[in-house]
Design a binder for this molecule. Structure first.
Ligand code: BG6
Ligand code: MG
Ligand code: MG
Length: 208
């Protein structure tokens, strides 16, 4: 049975995926190319610098390291502008309730996110106290689909990955969780998350 639950942040707990998208699209448009929501699927769950690399590939562009650092910084500033206005109403349906439900059943709860803004977002949403462990982009070197983030989260919970269930909205995240040896619940559409053990539309579907 499930002893630990590891949650992705963006797109699972909070609707920040749209802000990542808006900030990346603004960058693409400034560089002179279109960036669609379908393109954006490839960035979900992926680290900031890897996301930029994919975006530049889509635009057929090259940039040296200094330029890339600058672009990523500009995108992040715009993203942080959005999330500094984030409100608890932007928690996804059922997210807070499901976290509380698991805790009341004695399940240990961790965050497993690629984001370097995760701690700030949890604070803005007032849900920091619902997590027994937080593993984010400041703590891991290898981005999803590498399993590092979920192995680290299981370890911080003191649990075997096989006793943990990961909740993920990104294909790269589902792949990472499987590679870690966790069970995975995909949050979103089965078309994108077919590799998960189970797919639901949102955490609200898991409430008793
Ligand atoms: C993931 C998002 O959670 O974090 C990605 O799904 C994002 O889209 C990544 O690129 C890194 O986030 P940040 O906040 O460190 O730029
Ligand atoms: Mg996500
Ligand atoms: Mg994520």
């Amino acid at each position: 049975s499930m002893k630990g639950a590891i949650f992705d942040l963006d797109g699972v707990i909070v609707d920040t995926a749209k802000y990542h998208y808006l900030a990346w699209r603004a960058l693409a448009n400034r560089l002179g190319f279109e960036f669609t929501e379908a393109d954006n699927e490839r960035l979900k769950g992926v680290s900031r610098m890897r996301s930029l690399q994919i975006l530049l590939e889509i635009g057929g562009m090259d940039a040296d390291e200094a330029e890339r650092e600058q672009m990523a910084e500009t995108k992040n500033k715009e993203y942080v502008d959005y999330i500094s206005r984030l409100e608890p109403s932007e928690l996804l349906p059922g997210a807070k309730e499901y976290l509380m439900c698991l805790r009341s059943r004695g399940v240990r709860v961790a965050l497993g996110s690629a984001s370097k803004n995760a701690v700030f977002i949890l604070e803005r949403l007032g849900i920091t106290g619902l997590f027994d462990a937080v593993v984010d982009g400041t703590k891991v070197a290898k981005a999803k689909p590498d399993p590092e983030v979920f192995l680290a989260a299981s370890a911080e919970l003191g649990l075997d990955p096989a006793d943990c269930v990961v909740f993920e909205d990104a294909a790269a995240g589902v792949e990472a969780a499987k590679a870690a040896g966790c069970r995975v619940v995909g949050i979103g559409s089965a078309d994108i998350l077919g590799a998960a053990d189970r797919v639901v539309g949102g955490l609200d579907a898991l409430l008793p």
